[in-house]
Design a protein. Sequence first.
Length: 262
Amino acid sequence: MEKYLVIGNPIKHSLSPILHNYWFKAHNEDAIYEKKKVEEVELEGLISNVKSGKISGINVTVPFKNSIIKYLDKLSIIAEKTQSVNTIFKTDGKVCGHNTDCEGFVLSLIQTKFKIEGKNAFILGAGGVTPSIIYSLKSKSISEIYVSNRTKQKAENLKKLFPEIKILDWGKRPKKFDIIINTTSVGLKENDKIEIDFSDCRDKLFYDLIYSGKTKFLKERELSNYTKNGMSMFIFQAQKSYETWLGYKPHVDDKLWELLSN
Ligand code: ATR
């Protein structure tokens, strides 16, 4: 039986096993997908297990998307550009890191039918997934990208990868923006709230990468703006990981949406 893993810390909340095991069953694959909470010191050993064939593929989540890179033999172009890896696979004896978050995000944006080209984006947060969001928005010819993070230095560090971004102090917002994306973990807990006043906003796209239900960030804006949570990005990035490992795209059907929403 082929073994796949998602690794992170924390990992309890991850829905990836439900999703991938659903697909393995639907496509009669003799494979199992598990979640594993790991510490930094275990990363090298896990990559050796991919090299030896004990593990067929790994998804990587917070906080290891960048720190895993030093143990890999090769990176895809997108993983290189974003310095972020969420999918690990073996090819020609080499352990490779790829990033499917970008494609997942772009596909989810296409679903919204919100035009991105020439617009201004405001990104909240500068964590592990933020480089993928910036890269994706650039690929869709966004105009300006503003980034604001509680720890300003982390936002400043993103300029090494993307010199064109503009950094704002935490709590401030740009004068003009059309799409705002929450990449922070604020909203995971029920009473979490981002303390920025958006009450004057109309017809903007409020996108929260958190995929469990609707956060306050979305609920408070949904009457006068477009809103989207992270579920479709989550499904699309997983679909791309699965395709990277198995060589074909698994189906996304209503039953799957139902399974993940409950
Ligand atoms: P990591 O930073 O380890 O990659 P992450 O979950 O990808 O982890 O990122 C967490 C993001 O949520 C960060 O942007 C973090 O801001 P800091 O860099 O200042 O830590 C942000 N975040 C988490 N809790 C927050 C809070 N209470 N208020 C504002 N931002 C918060």
